[in-house]
Ligand binder design. Structure first.
Ligand code: DC
Length: 228
């Protein structure tokens, strides 16, 4: 139930691959009853759909032609925002090696970024419709482009060796350094620390410590929804 005296809060969490964004955003969403929006999953879903349609990231014109025809809808599973593909949740397939290898190439295309811009901003309406007190959105350009006026902006960092270790523990093959270099080097909406964001180096921190750091800031505006 939304208390109408409470503000609707938007939290932006940006950072490179495997810096801890998803786990942190999930825990913060539980604490404050916020919709958790993983925009990396949106880019991955588009990547999966385009690869399945036989479209290459080297052919921007083919990408532009294919995007409007993708069978994409919007949903929420628990606190998680889901970009559905063909009516289902593609989560289990979004970390396949072919998606890891291609996602930064598709994400560098203006056609893809423009397609996702309003979809991402529209998640605020999804959060309201589902009775959330706001949203916590993670990605690369959330505090800089999608919600530059977000109430809170955080930028997570971690040493590459630690990030590689985390991915290996998850059983994933992912060239983190290469993806980060592409994401930071692209022309449109590159991975940057948004001006005014609080930087948190997660290399030596536990999940609880990162979540506490963020929660202390958020509590200045919004009381916790639970003790998690
Ligand atoms: O967070 P992730 O590793 O699942 O993101 C996958 C890719 O999607 C990432 O390499 C770059 C792209 N991405 C982006 O360009 N902008 C975002 N807001 C989120 C992800």
């Amino acid at each position: 139930m939304i208390d109408s005296s409470e503000p609707f809060v938007i939290i932006a969490i940006d950072g490179g691959a495997a810096t801890g964004k998803s786990t942190t955003a999930g825990a913060v969403s539980a604490r404050f009853h916020l919709l958790h929006v993983d925009t990396g999953a949106f880019y991955r879903t588009i990547t999966l759909a385009l690869l399945e349609a036989g479209v290459s990231p080297c052919d921007a014109a083919a990408v532009a032609r294919a995007l409007p025809g993708l069978a994409i809808t919007t949903g929420a599973r628990g606190r998680r925002a889901v970009m559905e593909l063909n009516g289902g949740d593609p989560a289990a397939r979004l970390r396949e090696p072919r998606v890891n290898e291609n996602v930064s190439h598709f994400a560098a295309l203006d056609e893809v970024r423009d397609f996702l811009l309003e979809y991402q901003r529209g998640q605020a309406d999804v959060a309201l419709e589902h009775g959330f007190r706001g949203l916590v959105m993670e990605g690369r350009d959330i505090g800089s482009v999608i919600f530059p006026d977000a109430d809170f902006r955080f930028f997570l960092q971690a040493e590459e060796s630690e990030r590689t270790r985390r991915r290996a523990l998850q059983g994933e093959t992912d060239e983190i350094g290469k993806r980060d270099a592409m994401d930071a080097g692209r022309k449109s909406a590159p991975l940057i620390c948004p001006p005014g964001a609080m930087t948190i180096n997660t290399t030596a921190l536990s999940l609880d410590e990162v979540v506490e750091t963020i929660s202390r800031e958020v509590e200045t505006r919004l009381p916790r929804a639970c003790s998690a």
